[in-house]
Design a protein around this ligand. Sequence first.
Ligand code: SF4
Length: 374
Amino acid sequence: MTLSLLVLQPTPFCNIDCDYCYLPARTDKSHMSMATLRAAIHWVIDAGLVGKELSIVWHAGEPMVLPPAWYREAFTVVGEACPPGIGVRHSIQTNGTLVDDAWCALIREAGINVGLSLDGPAQLHDRHRRTRTGRGTHAAVMDGLGKLKAHGIPVHAICLLTRESLRCADEILDFFIGCDIRNVGFNIEEIEAAHAISSLQAVGIEAEFAAFFDRILERLRAAPGQLRIREVEDVLSALRHPRFGSLTSNCQNTPFEIVSVSWDGRISTFSPELLGTEHPRYGAFAFASVHTDCFEDAIYSPRYRLVAAEIAAGREACRHECAYFPFCRGGAPANKLAENGSFAGTETLYCRITQKVVNERVLRALEHDLIRAS
Ligand code: SF4
């Protein structure tokens, strides 16, 4: 087992209140202590999960709620807890509303990789990404983006798509090109944890998404190199992988490839969205505490074994049933649970859109280009 991503929750709190948010405790202002952080790093190292690199993403609440001084101390703690020879890479996924010059100085100083949650132009973004008093946050995010750019900090964007976004492919692309953001990933409004319904639960949504994605591809091909879309890059890198077709799992359904640690030191694995949630059948998805349990306590716990066995069963069912398995490699456990009520199932709305439609449209575009070139 090798850890590819350590998700640390500095605080569950978020300063805004997006209506599609899945985080169950986003009004809780607790934050991680340095003792918990040190114990979390020791936990993953003592478990033998860390290779030459440790990639940390600060997420699962708005990370910038805590000040730069907190992170300076945190980065020192992480550095001290890691044995020599391990390279540490820090990333944050932020709503961008709290960026100031002090944050920009820290980002530059520590080389933090910044992902900005930005849903395109204001008329799309402000419908969902609002403050607790209902005001849109687009202007504040653009202000933050301006500061990041003024400090020469590269940013990639995560743009969440609701049903209305699907009619606005050109507006969304023009917006990101106009902002000089060159890397964009599309998330979709998922049915997950605290967010139980999605605007994408509509008859014919696959066709709507296909039309959206076809337009994205058309624009990318008309102006090569202008913009990189994560979903397209994922399909291409899967095809280029020397073991394409023989890989049998992905990072979300492989035990301990992702480890998530809550602010108070509870450990979870598989989909990061499982952190802090529970289910009547499985109980809490925290399998251990960094303060009281070791790795073996986690992997031999009955709850972990039940969850891991059902996730493996779901992955195997996908491998036997689904033509898209070489790309998807068995899906996202959190989505399977939220949509199907079990980890052991296969297809979800999430995978129909983000895997089946996306792969189909990208492969179709590649075939089209090959035929034209032959
Ligand atoms: S696309 Fe859906 S059904 Fe197919 S492997 Fe992925 S999760 Fe399973």
